[in-house]
Design a protein around this ligand. Structure first.
Ligand SMILES: [Cu+2]
Length: 317
């Protein structure tokens, strides 16, 4: 647990559960750990005893040897059977689905996550990327889709893995029991940039979630300075809108992440870079250097266009 905490700051750890499902999995993990640890210690003791006895006592008779092997075999079968039962119960506990749920659709793309908050009223639907924001204490049903290859959504602090399979919608339920920021990762090799296909889950107290959702439903912020206006112009007059949407402008491309509230997100390109000015410039200028093979081509911008473009994108709170 300490090693996991050092490696991830416990923001991506199955051993620091923040939700019901992850807790059941962590409990099963502890059962396995303790049972196998005890077996290991007993085997080591038996080994040491045998080594010492070899010198002192006469060799065991055939009968005692047979009994010892039978007892050990019986104990092994019983222990494995017990662990199997524990696994089955954990699986069942996780499959139990609560009644009233919020719906979110997550689509895995090579190599980023599209996140849509499904509402009966389509005009209220929020579309985002690489970040799932949920209210604490509310069960969220996540519908899983993939248009390209098999991905797998894994946010270890909250739940187990679940595959996203092309042509076959899946789903999983997550619920956070405490506020926090948790890191998730694609857990099924999906091509060259599989390792850079991560995401964040923000679990917010209900009131903060409501505030967040209200802001996300709004169209993008209207540029308020000359620099921002220039940036918007650069964006709309370059190939960016072919792939990116910004609600409130003509940009409605669907091949890349929605950028309507890009500046409110933590990172760039599926948690590959922090969302900071310099990193954004590096990404736009040469995304292929940062994430080779990804679906965004390098952009040739006219001299003097990059700065206003960054200013504009970073104003999209
Ligand atoms: Cu993937």
């Amino acid at each position: 647990m300490i090693v996991a905490a050092i490696l991830t700051g416990a923001i991506q750890s199955a051993l620091d559960p923040a939700g019901e499902h992850a807790e059941k999995i962590a409990r099963l993990w502890s059962v396995f750990l303790w049972v196998t640890a005890i077996v290991y210690v007993l085997v080591m003791i038996a080994l040491v005893v045998a080594l010492i006895r070899r010198r002192a006592a006469p060799p065991p008779t055939d009968a005692t040897a047979t009994t010892a092997v039978s007892v050990a075999t019986g104990a092994t079968v019983l222990i494995l059977f017990g662990l199997l039962i524990a696994s089955i119960f954990t699986g069942r506990g996780i499959a139990g689905v609560p009644q009233k749920m919020m719906q979110i659709k997550v689509t895995g793309h090579q190599w980023w996550w599209q996140v849509e908050y499904e509402e009966a009223d389509r005009s209220k639907q929020i579309t985002s990327a690489n970040e799932i924001t949920i209210p604490v204490g509310v069960a969220v049903n996540i519908r899983l889709q993939s248009p390209d290859v098999i991905h797998s959504l894994w946010v270890p602090n909250l739940a187990g893995k679940r595959d996203l399979i092309p042509g076959h919608d899946g789903s999983m339920v997550i619920k956070a029991d405490r506020p926090g920021v948790f890191r998730g990762q694609c857990a099924e090799f999906c091509g060259e940039q599989h390792a850079k296909m991560s995401l964040w889950v923000n679990a917010l107290p209900a009131a903060d979630y409501a505030k967040w959702a209200e802001a996300e439903r709004m169209p993008s912020k209207i540029p308020s300075t000359a620099e921002e206006r220039k940036g918007e112009e650069v964006f709309l007059n370059s190939p960016c809108p072919l792939c990116h949407s910004i609600l409130g402008t003509e940009a409605s491309g669907k091949n890349g992440p929605d950028l309507t509230h890009f500046a409110s997100r933590r990172s760039i390109a599926a948690a590959t870079l922090p969302n900071r000015r310099g990193d954004l410039g590096a990404w736009i200028t040469d995304p292929q250097h940062i994430k080779p093979g990804n679906q965004m081509p390098p952009m040739l911008l006219a001299k003097g266009d990059l700065d206003p473009l960054i200013t504009y994108l970073e104003s999209l709170k």
